[in-house]
Design a protein around this ligand. Structure first.
Ligand SMILES: Cc1ncc(COP(=O)(O)O)c(C=O)c1O
Length: 415
């Protein structure tokens, strides 16, 4: 048997990148060596052989674990294969992509939608498409390098990645988080012909709900194009009996573009941009992140469409989940645990001191809980927080146990 040898890269040659020092300085952060999960992720997770109550799962409705969904996935795999095996532009999209895109366009209230392998690629592609210049054989040119972006400072990394290399202060401006007066101040000053405003519905960093109605008012007043990243709100907010109904209606009726992710409520993988038909058609070529990479796997696209239909046909699934999340928030407040002031299903618990938050993370694991901790540089120094996703499958006992454990740590740390 031949044993393949792993070439050891010369440490000296990699020295200028400072990887060794970087990892050494951050060994407290498990992100550099992700722990290994065995079995499916759900309200609990088996990580490095230990079962933990899981507050980290973004697939919080648990639909991906339902047998009918899994059967549907298998049916999609048999009918449409496992891979697109080619680019959308050279080979074409698979039928499930077309049906999914039509479904997303319908649910977001837009003319058309284009899907991407992930929401992250949808965001990067959107920024690229709105700001690139290209010349085509037919003599058609688009020259959009002069686009000015005005974005909430806390938008997702993928938007900032797309904006990288653009001239900050000239064609990229950031407004203070959720601060419409700061947005208005910038729009008043910029007054560019091609301005794009980007904000999120629900911010994954702190769980806050963006003031979307006021943001869209400002866009309309200044003639700016709006793009709402609805990764965390898609199929959760909308019907009038739920919180954030007015904002969800505004996203649907008034936002020019909407980004959706399929990795959150839908519990799968993929993303899309929905908007005016001509722009979405142009994005096929101009986004780059659709044409130059593989699409969502066909059975995933097939199942995502079905899951969207299930959530639309049976509103009780999300209603129950939101009630469950609201109960958890209430219990926190009753036990004097402060949370970021927001009504979203995501819960952020401010801890402050970075070192205390990192201790907490380790203690939680020792006591059987998986709790995401955001500390510097994810958030400003010493503004660390716990960011929790209540899971539809969490039992009362698990939630009570978490709350008791958190209280013990807060007392121990004098918080
Ligand atoms: C606001 C926001 N936008 C975009 C993304 C990226 O979505 P995806 O997981 O589909 O790549 C996320 C996921 O964390 C998010 O929270």
């Amino acid at each position: 048997m031949t044993v393949s040898r792993i070439a050891a890269p010369s440490v000296d040659r990699l020295a200028p990148w400072q990887f060794a020092a970087f990892v050494e300085a951050n060994t407290h952060d498990m992100a550099y060596r992700p722990p290994v999960v065995d079995g499916p992720v759900g309200p609990t997770v088996v990580r490095n052989g230990r079962e933990l109550v899981n507050f980290a799962s973004i697939s919080f409705l648990e639909l991906d674990r339902h047998l009918p969904v899994q059967r549907h996935f298998a049916e999609g795999a048999r009918a449409h294969g496992l891979s697109t095996s080619g680019s959308r532009m050279t080979q074409g999209i698979c039928r499930p992509h077309q049906v999914l895109e039509d479904t997303i366009a319908r649910h977001t209230g837009k003319e058309r939608a284009i899907s991407f392998a992930t929401g992250l690629l949808a965001n990067i592609g959107f920024v690229h498409a709105m700001s690139s210049s290209a010349h085509f054989d037919a003599g058609i040119e688009v020259r959009n390098h002069d686009t000015v972006f005005v974005v909430d400072r806390d938008v997702h990394w993928s938007i900032w990645k797309g904006l990288e290399g653009r001239d900050y202060g000239r064609n990229v401006h950031a407004f203070r988080h959720n601060d419409v007066s700061d947005l208005t101040r910038i729009l008043e000053r910029v007054r560019a012909r091609k301005t794009v405003v980007i904000a999120e519905s629900i911010y994954s960093a702190d769980g806050t709900m963006g003031p979307i109605v006021d943001i869209l008012d400002a866009c309309e007043r200044y003639g700016a194009i709006s793009m709402i990243d609805d990764a965390n709100g898609f199929m959760v907010y909308g019907p009038e009996n739920r919180p954030y109904a007015r904002e969800a209606a505004a996203i649907r009726d008034r936002a020019d573009f909407v980004m959706v992710s399929l990795s959150k409520a839908i519990g799968l993988e993929g993303g899309a941009i929905a908007g005016p038909a001509t722009a979405i058609d142009a994005f096929e070529l101009l986004s780059g992140t659709s044409m130059f990479t593989a699409a969502i796997q066909p059975p995933t696209a097939y199942t995502a469409k079905r899951t969207i239909d299930v959530l639309a046909d049976d509103p009780a699934i999300v209603d129950h989940y939101l009630a469950h999340a609201a109960r958890f928030r209430r219990q926190m407040h009753e036990s004097d645990t402060p949370t970021t002031p927001t009504d979203s299903y995501m819960l952020s618990v401010p801890i402050g001191n970075d070192a205390a938050a990192l201790h907490m993370r380790e203690w939680f694991v020792e006591d059987g809980y998986l709790v995401p901790v955001f500390s510097y540089p994810a958030v400003p120094r010493n503004r660390a927080l716990l960011r929790l996703f209540p899971h539809a499958g969490h039992t009362e006992e698990q939630m009570d146990g978490f709350l008791r454990t958190l209280l013990t740590y807060r007392r121990r740390l004098g918080l």
